[in-house]
Write a protein that binds this ligand. Structure first.
Ligand code: AMP
Ligand code: GLY
Length: 414
């Protein structure tokens, strides 16, 4: 088979690496990919991001399956457009991708089908939102409805903070439309888990659980990032937690998919909060997580190509995914300054000298060297017999990696 992967982050590198191990796969194109995907077995980068050009490429090259990494093309409806041209693509339709594209839509869906989630209200008017917030108890969570590059959620500790947030989201319109509509939500106290799963619309098969580390600094301090590291499995996802997740989140979600006749073949990412009072769904994402994917896929024993094919053939009820009895630790190395201002263009050294695996993100080939080109530059992933050894190996590897202004958290998986 010939595969096309859309995207260019660490997640897409991990997907390309995993699929390249399949005997079924002959060639992989990454659009646009990055320095690491270009080096992977069977892989080639192509410099295309425009949807029409991607469709033409898939037709001309007789691509068997296209896999979409990031949410934006999914929310834009790329899957519907590929299908109109008779192309096979792994991902939800535009209508289903609204589960990530609009928080109000996804909360409504959760409420309608009894998926356990925080209490909430939707507001379109800043004055009404402010009146509600004046009487509310704190902390409280305020969310922009639409895409906001990871900056659309504020946990307000008092009315002053809440008012400031309303002003910036709804009046100053900092997210250019995405924050005109907001959700005000009950604050949930607990630990988070990322549960990726695959669906064919008839069943949802969960992967091993994982844990992201979203804040920039150790001990979960500082601003949110795309994710600074991940471990798999998530130690908080006990049998009991997973049982509750299946009953109160997964099953009602599937019922919703069926009743709404959602055209959804792809990944469902459940962002959950494990609280004393139970397991709650914070959000759906309609794609794989980054960096979660880098931690989860190395543990998958079953051929990932086979998993995707079974989903596309609506045959997932027959599938049992096998997992390695190991533990992974993925630590992201970023450019100092991320998620705000940072410098790029520095040579990256010693990528070949490590024991685990390197997945690159903000890294490009230039003048015969691999250079930094983004905030999250690369991640180092280890796979070991126990979690503490996995951490030790990942950090041992990171010490060998060299680039100017390297920054990483020291406490991933602690
Ligand atoms: P979201 O984009 O909905 O995942 O929110 C981003 C982050 O905000 C989550 O990963 C949580 O850390 C936090 N968060 C979101 N909703 C809540 C909530 N209801 N209670 C507490 N924290 C939340
Ligand atoms: N790491 C969280 C996400 O991919 O949304």
């Amino acid at each position: 088979m010939k595969i096309l992967i859309i995207g260019g982050g660490g997640r897409e590198h991990a997907i390309a690496w995993k699929l390249s191990q399949s005997a079924k796969v002959h060639e992989i194109y990454c659009a646009p990919g990055n320095a690491g995907t270009a080096l992977e077995n069977k892989c080639k980068n192509i410099d295309i991001t425009n949807y029409d050009e991607l469709i033409n490429f898939a037709v001309e090259e007789k691509i068997d399956i296209t896999i979409v990494g990031p949410e934006v093309p999914l929310i834009d409806g790329i899957v519907d457009r590929f299908k109109e041209r008779g192309l096979k693509i792994f991902g939800p339709s535009k209508a289903a991708a609204k589960l990530e594209g609009s928080k109000a839509f996804s909360k409504e869906f959760m409420k309608k089908y009894g998926v356990r989630t925080a209490e909430y209200e939707v507001f379109y008017n800043p004055k009404e939102a402010a009146e509600y917030l004046f009487r509310a108890s704190y902390p409280i969570v305020i969310k922009a409805d639409g895409a906001a590059a990871g900056k659309g959620v504020v946990i307000a500790n008092n009315f002053e903070e809440a008012k400031k947030c309303i002003e910036s989201f709804m009046i100053e319109d900092v997210f250019k439309g995405s924050g005109k509509k907001i959700i005000i939500e009950e604050f949930l106290d607990g630990v988070e888990a990322s549960i990726l799963a695959v669906t064919d619309g008839n069943v949802i098969v969960p992967f091993l659980s994982s844990k992201d580390h979203k804040r920039i600094y150790d001990k979960d301090k500082g601003p949110n990032t795309g994710g600074m590291g991940a471990i798999c499995p998530n130690p908080y996802c006990t049998e009991e937690v997973l049982k509750e997740f299946k009953e109160n989140i997964l099953k009602p979600t599937l019922r919703g998919f069926k009743e709404e006749k959602m055209d959804y073949i792809g990944i469902v990412f459940f962002g959950v909060m494990i609280c004393k009072k139970g397991v709650y769904l914070l959000e759906y994402n309609v794609r794989m997580g980054d960096p979660e994917t880098q931690a989860v896929l190395p543990l998958m024993e079953t051929d990932f190509t086979h998993v995707i094919l079974e989903a596309l053939n609506k045959n997932l009820s027959e599938l049992k995914i096998k997992w390695k009895n190991k533990y992974s630790c993925c630590v992201v190395a970023a450019s100092k300054g991320y998620p705000e201002e940072y410098k790029t263009g520095f040579n990256i050294g010693n990528i070949n000298k490590i024991r685990g695996k390197v997945f690159t993100a903000g890294a490009v080939f230039k003048d015969g060297e691999i250079k930094t080109s983004g905030g999250r530059v690369l991640s180092v992933v280890s796979l070991e017999d126990n979690p503490s050894r996995a951490r030790e190996v990942a950090y041992g590897d990171l010490e060998k990696i060299e680039f100017e202004n390297i920054y990483y958290r020291k406490d991933i998986g602690n």
